[in-house]
Design a protein around this ligand. Structure first.
Ligand SMILES: CC(C)(COP(=O)(O)OP(=O)(O)OC[C@H]1O[C@@H](n2cnc3c(N)ncnc32)[C@H](O)[C@@H]1OP(=O)(O)O)[C@@H](O)C(=O)NCCC(=O)NCCS
Length: 177
């Protein structure tokens, strides 16, 4: 499946210019991952999730198995974020497995843009439900997901990702018939 590429407009062209270029004013491109992105993908993942980054082999094989399900933010020299989402084999449910924006790029709408593109693709594919896990203390992510319509599926899932790794599960119905 071709992954649509979105190139954010250059600075000064619109109302949303605050998030349209990186700190060096290089325009950011949202596009599908490629094999050559692996070193940068690892770097961003380790920067954003220092306590629990993906091992090399996991990201390597995510790209091998479902590279069309990884979108990256690229300024032409480095990556500034990514989202990884995988749909179950019955095609009904998609799990967003990872969403990351570099610390120096947060608060500019980039996380939301990545998620909106994921939801756009999933609606087109008639996926019925999107699910994700989030740490109960992660206010930024929880607020972002709520603004997109996600809600928790109920209470806390104790030890969901291992001992002491409680998670909320947030769910968004896409309303496909
Ligand atoms: C969560 C994360 C992806 C958000 O990315 P971002 O690019 O900063 O988010 P955006 O700028 O697109 O924000 C979109 C909305 O999310 C909410 N939000 C974002 N950061 C927030 C914060 N620090 N506190 C509260 N709400 C926040 C706001 O509602 C915001 O909309 P607004 O700017 O109109 O108020 C980013 O903080 C991140 O990578 N965090 C570390 C990794 C992580 O927690 N990933 C998610 C794991 S489930």
């Amino acid at each position: 499946m071709a992954v649509p590429e979105e190139r954010f407009p250059l600075l000064g062209r619109g109302a949303h210019q605050a998030f349209l270029a990186d700190s060096s004013d290089r325009p950011l491109t949202m596009r599908g991952v490629t094999d050559t992105d692996l070193p940068e993908l690892l770097r961003v993942d380790r920067e954003v999730f220092p306590d629990d980054p993906y091992p090399y082999f996991v990201l390597r094989q995510h790209i091998d198995v479902h590279g069309d399900r990884i979108l990256v933010l690229d300024d032409g020299e480095c990556l500034h974020g990514y989202v990884l989402f995988v749909t179950t084999s019955d095609g009904y449910v998609c799990w967003v497995l990872s969403l990351a924006v570099s610390a120096d790029q947060r608060g500019r709408g980039l996380g939301k843009r990545l998620m909106l593109e994921v939801l756009r693709q999933l609606r087109r594919e008639r996926v019925r439900e999107v699910r994700l896990t989030v740490e109960p203390t992660n206010a930024a992510a929880i607020t972002l997901y709520r603004t997109l319509g996600f809600d928790t599926d109920g209470g806390m899932h104790r030890d969901y990702l291992g001992p002491g790794e409680d998670r909320l599960i947030m769910v968004l119905g896409l309303g496909s018939a």
